[in-house]
Design a binder for this molecule. Structure first.
Ligand code: SF4
Length: 72
């Protein structure tokens, strides 16, 4: 399994930084302090991605498995 596909909706991000703290080098802040994915960073494992997505206060992190959005 290739692992979840991850999308961060910039419009939904409230810059709380939980993802950046939990997945440093993969979730990073852009110059507007909105979260984005650094594709050259090390992708966290699926268990961590689930935890990070569930902890996002604004629900900005979306996970997909085989093209279907994962229910958080
Ligand atoms: S945890 Fe959610 S709100 Fe906070 S920086 Fe990450 S995507 Fe944005």
């Amino acid at each position: 399994m290739a692992g979840y596909e991850v999308q961060v909706e910039r419009d939904e991000c409230v810059s709380a930084g939980k993802c950046v703290a939990s997945g440093p080098g993969y979730f990073v802040f852009d110059d507007e302090e909105l979260s984005m994915i650094a594709h050259d960073g090390t992708k966290p494992d699926d268990e961590t991605l689930l935890r990070v997505a569930r902890a996002c206060p604004s629900g900005a992190i979306h996970l997909f498995a085989d093209g279907d959005e994962v229910d958080l």
